[in-house]
Design a protein around this ligand. Structure first.
Ligand SMILES: [Zn+2]
Length: 154
């Protein structure tokens, strides 16, 4: 396979997906093909470093078959709690959740969507709490500095 990835220009080393950005490098016809592509995608994710994962999560392909879309979502869950790649992993889970919403829903899809959205919300909430905590600490430091400064001048 000498051809390069049409999306990022890397040497497309994988059979189905680019190991660098995760886009499909080959057309998939059957569910088996999609499953193999998803396996290959996650093999690339597990080998990649933090930066590599970020781009794999941002641009990685999503399967079309419903059961595999759900599986793709489940396989993202362990990644969304990591600080370094959590945002991008959550972004991918959001895309997965959206893709499921656009499909004809049944009990299984509805359940999967609500599970995924719960995780997404929890992650966003954790982000917000961290930002709020940081703001309070910074304001406290500024306050302390102003107090020290005021005492010195006064
Ligand atoms: Zn690529």
């Amino acid at each position: 396979m000498a051809e390069t990835c049409h999306a990022c220009g890397a040497n497309a080393k994988g059979t189905y997906v680019c190991a660098y950005c995760g886009v499909l490098t080959h057309q998939m016809e059957s569910i088996e093909d999609q499953r193999r592509a998803l396996d290959e995608y996650h093999a690339a994710v597990s080998k990649a470093d933090e930066l590599g994962r970020k781009s794999l999560f941002k641009t990685g392909f999503l399967p079309d078959h419903k059961a595999l879309v759900i599986e793709a979502g489940l396989r993202m869950v362990p990644f969304i709690e990591f600080a370094g790649t959590g945002d991008d992993a959550t972004g991918r889970l959001e895309a997965i959740s959206l893709k499921l919403k656009l499909m004809p829903t049944d009990a299984e899809t509805t359940k999967a969507i609500s599970e995924f959205e719960e995780r997404i919300k929890a992650q966003r909430r954790a982000d917000r709490n961290f930002t709020t905590g940081l703001t309070i600490v910074i304001l406290a430091i500024i306050g302390a500095l102003l107090w020290v400064f005021a005492k010195r001048c006064g």
